[in-house]
Each structure stands twice: as C-alpha cells, then as structure tokens.
Design a protein around this ligand. Structure first.
Ligand SMILES: Cc1cc2nc3c(=O)[nH]c(=O)nc-3n(C[C@H](O)[C@H](O)[C@H](O)COP(=O)(O)OP(=O)(O)OC[C@H]3O[C@@H](n4cnc5c(N)ncnc54)[C@H](O)[C@@H]3O)c2cc1C
Length: 337
C-alpha cells in the first residue's frame, strides 16, 4: 500500500503543479496516470507546440513546460504510479481514501485530487476492420515526435486543427511527402491553416485530397499502402505510404471516474469554487476535468485551482494547525529530506 497525503489522479500540468503547491505546505503527493509518462495533453498531444499564455513565459514548448514543472516539483519528491488507470476508491473508517488502479496497486491518503483532464485518452478510430493489426506499425493516432516521420511518406486523415497543423509542419522539410485526405471540402480548423494547406498543395509541397476517405490499409509487418475512396470515382486510389495518421481527435472519456458518485455535468466534475471540492468530502477536482460557472479550460486556471485546493486539503489533514501564507521569496523551497 502506497501511503501519502494527497493522491493526485492525473499527472498533467495541473497535477504536477499541485505537487509544488502542496509541497510548500509540507504535504506529500503521489501521482497516478494511465499514460506511461507525465505531462497529460502537453506530452501526449502537442509536445512540440509553443504555448504563449503561461505567465512569465512569452513562449514555451509544451514539452519544455512539462520538464520545468517536473523540475519544480522535484524537491518535494513526488511518487508516481504510471501506466495504470485509477479505477476505484473506498473510504476507510477513519475517513481516508484507498485508490486502486487497473493493475491492482493500492494507494491510501486522507485527500484525493482528481486532475484527470479530458479523462483517459481514447482516439476516435476509423471503422477499418484490420486497423488494430497496424497500430504502432505505421498507424499512429497522435504525433508524439515529428522527427519520427523525417524522410518518410505520410498520409494524414482529418479536417481539424490537428490534421492541418501536422500536415503543414511535416510537409515543411520533415517528411519526404505528405498527403492530406479529408472527407469534405470544408475544414473545421483555423482559416489561416486551411489557406496554408491550400497554398502548399497548389505549389506541390503536399498533396490534398478532398471528398476522400481512407477505407482500407495494407502491408506485411508494417503499413505500406492505404486505399482511398473518392466521391465520384469508381475505383479506390491506392497510395503507397510509410505512415497513416488518422487524426480524428481524442474522445474525452471520464472512464471509471464516472462511477465514483460525483456530480457530473457533460463529462466534467462539478466543484465548489471556494476550494474546488466535489460533492464527496475529501475529494477535489482541478484542471480541465472540473466545471463551474465561467470555467475556462486553460493551464493557468488549473494552476490557480491547484493553489487554492491544497489550502483546503491542508485544513482537512491538519484541522488543528494554522497555516500562514509565506512567500517563496522569503521562505525558499524547503523540500523533503
Ligand atoms: C492542441 C492543444 C493546444 C492547447 N493549447 C493551450 C494553450 O496554448 N494554453 C493553455 O492554457 N491550454 C492549452 N491547451 C489546453 C491544455 O492542454 C489543458 O488545459 C491542460 O492540459 C489541462 O491540464 P490537466 O492537468 O487538467 O489535464 P491533462 O493535461 O488532460 O492531464 C490529465 C491526465 O490525467 C490522466 N487520467 C485521466 N483519467 C485517469 C484515470 N482514471 N487514472 C489515471 N490517469 C488518468 C490522463 O492520462 C492525463 O495524463 C491546449 C490543448 C490542446 C489539445
């Protein structure tokens, strides 16, 4: 049994910053994440994208921000259970929580902070019967590292920002060739990205197929071609490729958290904005996973929520202790030895 002060479900930016803010109050944290690495959406969806609205950082790559958050949390020696999904909780007689993961790892603490973001990442997969055979063998639903595609032929499907942005990025000197395939002629992404894709297609820097859909995939050990149905054409077009990226988005699934008896509104957990507590005493929800009037799903809002939440957690853990706010400039960062 792993024992700590705060069990944090989700090691995204908000979960990671909670470690720092809790650490200032001498509270220990242990993070659980279904993914094999920390960073949440920033690591999983857009590690190489610059973020412009983190206070004090005019521009920072998402991956760098995660690295900095890990460094900032390090003095407080957080524990990690990675690659395991938090499945269930039970309450002990003395009001503590036992959280059990998909692999049966048990954690106990008086406070649980849910920082589960969009929930567990489930990519929207196209209905192609043998798709599972080629997952991670040429079919990827997320671009983790664009360098992986250097010098390769890449087919991308989708009409949203992700498909447009990665098509542009990979076609600009990374991939050998990019083909973007979209079911319709109108795109859901930003207008400038759509225009850029049109311009690049017109100048031969990439191939754009509209009114088309990948309906089949083939290869031996690895993808070698995709079959495209194009409206008005009788025969499927076969495109030889090294990779096919169906970028149809990730469907947010609360997963097991939906069964935890929490008040849920449209896939998000309702909280009291006084301290981001849920309807279950001792259980808090911060970051993208919570909802309240005026909620903004932004990293900096999650940081604020984490800061207020740990104050309430401290009072729950030490009801008889008084906490006086101290500036880090005065007190420094006293880690745990
Ligand atoms: C393309 C893109 C660009 C963005 N750009 C910006 C931007 O410029 N500025 C900005 O402020 N925001 C931006 N955002 C939004 C920002 O990424 C989110 O607000 C932020 O990631 C929320 O952080 P979080 O810690 O709440 O959750 P997440 O980052 O979603 O992390 C949640 C973690 O919880 C884990 N998890 C969920 N359920 C469980 C479970 N049951 N057990 C174990 N683990 C679980 C997940 O695996 C995940 O790792 C962007 C988002 C995207 C997709």
């Amino acid at each position: 049994m792993i024992e700590t002060d705060i069990i944090i479900i989700g090691a995204g930016p908000c979960g990671l910053f909670t470690v720092f803010e809790a650490g200032l109050l001498k509270l220990r944290c242990h993070l659980i994440d279904a993914l094999p690495q920390a960073g949440g959406q920033l690591t999983e969806i857009y590690p190489k994208k610059p973020i412009y609205d983190i206070p004090g950082f005019p521009e920072v790559l998402a991956g760098e921000l995660v690295e900095n958050l890990m460094n900032q949390a390090a003095p407080f020696k957080p524990g990690f259970t990675l690659g395991e999904r938090a499945e269930s909780f039970e309450k002990t007689e003395d009001g503590k929580f036992i959280v059990t993961t998909s692999r049966g790892t048990k954690h106990i603490a008086p406070v649980v902070a849910i920082a589960g973001g969009l929930g567990c990442f489930e990519p929207r997969k196209p209905p192609i019967s043998n798709i599972g055979q080629f997952e991670d063998k040429g079919i990827e639903y997320i671009v983790r590292d664009p360098e992986f595609y250097r010098g390769k032929r890449v087919v991308i499907s989708g009409g949203g920002d992700s498909a447009l942005d990665w098509s542009i990025f990979l076609a600009e000197g990374v991939a050998e060739h990019v083909t973007l395939i979209h079911r319709s002629t109108s795109f859901r992404g930003h207008l400038d990205s759509v225009q850029k894709v049109m311009d690049m297609a017109a100048s031969g820097k990439m191939t754009l197929i509209t009114n088309g859909e990948v309906v089949g995939v083939d290869g031996n050990e690895h993808v070698s071609e995709v079959h495209v149905a194009i409206t008005g054409q009788e025969n499927h077009q076969v495109i030889a490729t090294d990779h096919w990226l169906p970028l149809f988005g990730l469907s947010p699934k609360l997963g097991p958290l939906a069964e935890w008896g929490l008040n849920i509104d449209k896939n998000s957990i309702e909280v009291n904005t006084f301290d981001y507590s849920t309807n279950v005493e001792g259980l808090y929800a911060i970051g993208d996973i919570n909802t309240y009037q005026g909620k903004l799903k932004l990293i900096l809002c999650g940081f604020h929520e984490a800061t207020l939440m740990v104050q309430s957690a401290f009072k729950r853990i030490y009801p008889n202790k008084n906490y006086v706010l101290k500036y880090t400039t005065v007190n420094g960062v006293n880690g745990f030895e």
